[in-house]
Design a protein around this ligand. Structure first.
Ligand SMILES: Nc1ncnc2c1ncn2[C@@H]1O[C@H](COP(=O)(O)OP(=O)(O)OP(=O)(O)O)[C@@H](O)[C@H]1O
Length: 260
């Protein structure tokens, strides 16, 4: 794979559920270092596209490549091992575990020791545990979670929990990060914090991102390029400026202020 190859590429993907066309001929590619957004009205097929990329849904037609390799038909666990991490619309954390322990769960696929060694708690298991904990502590610092690191996540404010979920995805050392509505339900301050962290992930950690988000102001501010879908069908792909001026996009969002 050359350095300029897309990180992920979808070609003419079609996905239906018993006659409902969730994805209807979508193609997209995300370049290294890019923050790519997918927008569209409710039910437009955005989450379905995430599920196609992460192997949860198998499209009936089309091609999906990750880092130049065909991944269609691969299991979600295989695709995650290749480096695709995601966050969810609804928080999916272990609320009785601490922040750091939730992040440690994200290290799962990087931990090399088996249970006999871990059980005996010596040698390699212990050394690895220290390295992985240190890695997670770096994520705690990066996402400014220091004051909550030892607390059960169930006790934390909503915006902080969303940040922990982001941290767990980062603990996987992703080569591509899928963010499903990262600021849904957040207040203004939480949204601004999350926006800053998303940009830091792209710019400092150099992790390409695909983000599905309904907050148009945020999308227009952050995204390098945007794909607009409606009823599963792609309308256009372009920079925020190009997309906002596209007549079909304006029609799909009739009455909504895209640049707000
Ligand atoms: N597992 C499924 N079984 C049946 N239909 C599904 C399934 N997943 C998605 N769909 C349908 O596919 C279409 C696209 O849904 P999807 O969740 O991808 O949209 P979305 O753009 O993410 O919506 P929202 O913005 O509301 O989250 C909808 O009509 C939805 O009902």
């Amino acid at each position: 794979m050359s350095a300029a190859s897309p990180v992920v590429q979808l070609d003419d993907v079609h996905l239906s559920f018993k006659g409902v066309k969730a994805v209807n001929g979508v193609s997209l590619h995300v370049e290294p270092g890019e923050l790519f957004a997918i927008i569209g009205p409710n039910g437009a097929g955005k989450t379905s596209l995430f599920n196609v990329i992460s192997g949860v849904y198998q499209p009936q037609e089309g091609r999906v490549r990750f880092q130049g390799q065909d991944v269609l038909g691969r299991k979600p666990s295989d695709i995650a091992r290749r480096g695709v991490a995601r966050t969810f619309q609804n928080i999916a954390l272990f609320e009785h575990l601490t922040v750091t322990d939730n992040l440690m769960l994200g290290r799962h696929q990087h931990i090399g020791y088996g249970w006999p060694s871990a059980f005996a708690w010596w040698g390699r298991a212990k050394r690895e545990e220290i390295v992985h904990r240190r890695f997670c502590e770096e994520i705690v610092d990066f996402l400014e979670l220091e004051q909550w690191r030892g607390m059960p996540v169930g006790l934390l404010p909503y915006g902080v929990q969303k940040r922990v979920e982001l941290g767990r995805a980062l603990a996987m050392e992703p080569k591509l990060l899928l963010l499903d509505e990262p600021v849904a339900g957040m207040n203004l301050e939480e949204t601004e914090d999350m926006a800053r962290f998303v940009l830091d992930i792209r710019d400092e950690l150099d992790v390409p991102i695909i983000m599905v988000e309904h907050d148009m102001g945020l999308v227009m501010d952050l995204a390098d390029r945007i794909l607009v879908v409606d009823f599963g069908t792609p309308i256009t792909t372009g920079t925020p400026d190009e997309v906002q001026r596209h007549p079909d996009v304006i029609r799909a969002y009739l009455g909504q202020e895209l640049s707000s």
